[in-house]
Design a protein around this ligand. Sequence first.
Ligand SMILES: NC(=O)c1ccc[n+]([C@@H]2O[C@H](COP(=O)([O-])OP(=O)(O)OC[C@H]3O[C@@H](n4cnc5c(N)ncnc54)[C@H](O)[C@@H]3O)[C@@H](O)[C@H]2O)c1
Length: 287
Amino acid sequence: MPLAHFDGALAVVTGAGSGIGRAVALALAESGASVIAADIDLPAAERTIARAKSNGTGGTAYEVDVADAAAMEAFAAEVKETHRVPDIVVNNAGVAVAGSFLDTGLEDWDRVMGVNLWGVIHGSRLFGRQMRDRVNALPNKPDKPNFGGHIVNIASAAAFAPWRSMPAYCTTKAAVLMLSECLRAELAGSRIGVTAVCPGFVSTDIVKNGTYVDGESGSPEKLRQRGQKAVRLRNYPPEKVAERVVHAIIKNRPVVPVNFEGHLLHVLSRVSPASLRLLARIPAPQG
Ligand SMILES: NC(=O)c1ccc[n+]([C@@H]2O[C@H](COP(=O)([O-])OP(=O)(O)OC[C@H]3O[C@@H](n4cnc5c(N)ncnc54)[C@H](O)[C@@H]3O)[C@@H](O)[C@H]2O)c1
């Protein structure tokens, strides 16, 4: 499998209709992969494929809700039947829920756990099994560590650091980091690589589309506006995350912090967890 240059590879990207997912899909297409762009928003996924066709190898758009177990099972089966077992799977679809732990209702927990955690579990489990079975059927397994394929899970720098203003989101991302580490250990013998990518703030629509529960930090609309302003000022493009994803697959990296705050929180989580506990107490900025 030509994972070094992705020529002839088949890549599945969830949440490929916007932001980081779209940038990753386009980067993989530019590197020679045929891309399956999956999103709950089909027209958005189709726009990604239209761009992939003009700049790269192209691919196919699918509508799928990653939180829906039956829909993901049908999607994985359809990919295998209509295309084949993918070489690269990027579990990227995600949503943001902000607000204090005690103000976060069960519906919001269900939604963020469904997309951010269950979506990654479904994608990793269904496509991981396909990849493993394909490798097991081979008489000889070349020594390359991710010869059998590569799964990339988009976690977040929020996986490294607690924050009182985003408890549900941080919880899902810490879980994605841990499941990626466990799966990496399990699939190493099948020559399948697994990477958790952990970016800090990236300029995408996630803040605009997020859910803001009413709490101590102000009205939901004010929280959204503050968040959008912070992400705009941070000005870190999703294309740079996509570059790191491509590099992580080529080098078979286990955990990839991205951008300044991604690296800072990663280092602090290892050398000074106490400092992160103090930072966690800082409330969301007031308008
Ligand atoms: N933007 C950031 O600052 C940042 C930082 C760290 C990690 N991340 C993570 O990156 C990933 C991508 O986020 P983004 O910033 O590009 O956001 P985005 O809102 O721009 O894109 C998310 C995409 O996921 C799709 N999606 C949402 N729910 C879905 C579902 N149930 N099924 C299928 N698709 C669904 C949306 O339609 C959208 O196209 C997320 O997992 C997010 O948590 C983002």
